[in-house]
Design a protein around this ligand. Structure first.
Ligand SMILES: [Zn+2]
Length: 64
């Protein structure tokens, strides 16, 4: 199984790579932008997102 990767961009310009992971037990959590603190996602269940900060340039190559 290959996890689906999405790029999430915050209104402040920060970009995150988002994947989903299935846990053996339920989990409740929240992810907030590291830069501005905006709440980007809330989850409750066995499928939880995993976020990884990425450089803005990597996600915005096309705008150059
Ligand atoms: Zn932000």
């Amino acid at each position: 199984m290959t996890p689906e990767t999405k790029i999430i961009s915050c209104t402040c310009g920060a970009c995150y790579e988002r994947q989903e992971r299935t846990l053996p037990i339920k989990d409740i959590g929240v992810f907030e932008c590291v830069d501005c603190g905006v709440r980007l996602e809330i989850w409750s269940g066995r499928t939880v997102p995993v976020f990884k900060r990425i450089e803005n340039e990597a996600a915005q190559k096309r705008t150059a």
